[in-house]
Design a protein around this ligand. Structure first.
Ligand SMILES: [Zn+2]
Length: 65
């Protein structure tokens, strides 16, 4: 399991939990790829999602990076 860590967003701000204002998160990578997407020229949909789990309240924050 990854250690909780601060997360810097593309806009330069630090991610803060929506619910408890904690600033430490466990990063996760999620595959969004779906079988058949390539045949349908939907490669743009194959980007992964990144989510950060709040280390305090466990809320998940999703990003399409
Ligand atoms: Zn939280």
């Amino acid at each position: 399991m990854d250690e909780p860590q601060p997360v810097t967003l593309p806009n330069g701000r630090n991610l803060k939990c929506d619910t408890c204002e904690n600033e430490l998160f466990e990063p996760r990578r999620w595959k969004l790829q779906t079988t058949g997407m390539t045949f349908m020229n939907l490669d743009w949909a194959n980007r992964d999602a990144t989510c950060f789990v709040c280390s305090s309240c466990r809320r998940i924050h999703w990003f399409h990076w």
